[in-house]
Design a protein around this ligand. Structure first.
Ligand code: 9YW
Length: 432
């Protein structure tokens, strides 16, 4: 069973690999290179083809902007199966954008630091992988420097996202109350996602109006971060995004120590790290919910809902053991019933929960992967193994889907894109 699943997963990744040296998340639906997808994909590739894993990261980092920013989509190739494409995002409006590649002007969770460390852990030829890491690591450091310099508006070690697409959890109910503060025009455009996937599993047209409206504001300001911080109606501290940054800070520290020298960078990373962990624990912990939550910088108020992002801090060793115990208790009470697969992306007890609709409830394999390692960090081996077994069972039963219904016994519980790259890549890691 294990060997068969691994070879199927490799086939998915190989089929989605492109000539330019990168892997698309899903044929038709997502035909370009996505930032955090590439990170997860490289972890899977490292098991069977280290040179592909290296290319995946090198092609992503090759699109870095002059200020250290790494975009969420790199348009290495042409395709008309996705909206909004390069002509909408117009990265050329920014004076610091890559001159080599068109891209978006927004980013995604900063996973690349810990991905480099994972690639080193997995590689058979450690010397070769280490040589590669040495050629790339400063780009990732510059990316962290970009975040702390431009996105930590309150100087509290926590960086903002200005668009829901930056969170990676696009249509989460977390954003619903932000949409009610905006009144974007009714844009005319041709959606492409709903030609690939049933519309009931995707965001609404009105949600897309909001998504496009924020991009228009960023474009009017040439993707200038200070202007965006001032003007974007969407400005949020996201616990998943910041946990990924903190995990990656630690990975960079570990790798630089292994490389030797680099004392200034190590000292700077340690400073960022201490401040971020402290800021995270004081600003994002909601005692009543027993969970980490998002924070709306526009309203200057927490967004009090529990999502799978609430548990991501376990992966970055952010909570104390006591707080981790409270967090896992919340997770098991709300998300962990025997009738459910772990881990729904949104609180199943909430009336905003929808088990079929994208980030409003379904289980995602990348989040499960983060939780598996996070739970292990705090000694929750049994629950970690349940997350792992649930992930394997979902894929075995339904296929390499983008997301899944958490309710056990559902017919055709795999939703969104099929033969989805990160589901395949991370399954390879979970099975090893
Ligand atoms: C979109 C590629 C991306 C992921 C995101 C996910 C989805 C794209 O797909 O967004 O156009 O809706 O939400 O996390 O990186 O797999």
């Amino acid at each position: 069973m294990k060997e068969k699943l691994i070879s199927q997963a490799i086939r998915v990744l190989e089929d989605n690999f492109q000539e330019g040296g990168f892997t698309i998340p899903c044929k038709g639906l997502y035909p370009f290179q996505w930032k955090w997808d590439s990170g997860f994909i490289a972890i899977g590739q490292a098991y069977y083809d280290a040179s592909k894993a290296k290319q995946e990261i090198a092609t992503l980092l090759d699109a870095q902007w002059d200020n250290g920013f790494i975009p969420h989509i790199v348009f290495h190739n042409e395709s008309d199966t996705y909206f909004p494409g390069a002509d909408v995002h117009r990265s050329d409006l920014s004076p610091v954008a890559s001159k080599k590649y068109k891209s978006t002007g927004m980013t995604q969770p900063p996973v690349t630091g810990f991905v480099l460390e994972e690639m080193y852990r997995i590689a058979d030829d450690k010397e070769d992988m280490f040589a590669f890491i040495k050629t790339q690591i400063d780009k990732v450091y510059d990316n962290h420097n970009y975040f702390y310099k431009n996105r930590d508006v309150n100087d509290e070690g926590l960086v903002f996202i200005y668009h829901n697409w930056e969170s990676g959890t696009d249509n989460s109910p977390i954003w619903d109350d932000i949409w009610t503060t905006m009144n974007p025009p009714e844009y005319t455009f041709e959606r492409r996602d709903t030609t690939h996937v049933d519309a009931s599993q995707r965001p609404s047209k009105r949600e897309y109006d909001h998504y496009l409206y924020i991009i228009e504001i960023a474009k009017e300001n040439n993707y200038n971060d200070a202007k965006i911080a001032e003007l974007s109606p969407f400005l949020v501290i996201d616990p998943l995004f910041n946990a990924m940054l903190i995990k990656s800070n630690q990975a960079l520290i570990n790798l630089y120590i292994r490389i030797g020298g680099n004392e200034d960078k190590i000292a700077q990373l340690k400073k960022w790290q201490a401040k971020s962990i402290e800021g995270f624990n004081s600003k994002l912990w909601d005692d009543k919910l027993g969970a980490y939550v998002h924070y709306d910088l526009r309203k200057d108020a927490p967004i009090s809902f529990v999502t799978s992002s609430s548990f991501a801090p376990l992966y970055a060793n952010i909570p104390s053991q006591e707080r981790a115990d409270a967090l896992v208790h919340t997770m098991m009470t709300k998300f962990g019933g025997e009738d459910k697969y772990l881990c729904a992306s949104f609180d199943p007890e909430s009336d905003r929960f929808d088990p079929k609709k994208y980030w409003r409830g379904p289980v995602w394999i990348n989040m499960n992967w983060i939780l598996f390692y996070g739970l292990k960090n705090y000694g929750y081996t049994d629950i970690a193994n349940r997350v792992k077994e649930d992930s394997i069972e979902l894929i075995e039963k339904y296929g390499f889907y983008e997301y899944f219904n958490c309710k056990k016994g559902t017919e055709n519980a795999g939703y969104g894109g099929g033969d989805f790259s990160w589901s395949a890549a991370l399954l390879i890691d979970l099975l090893n």
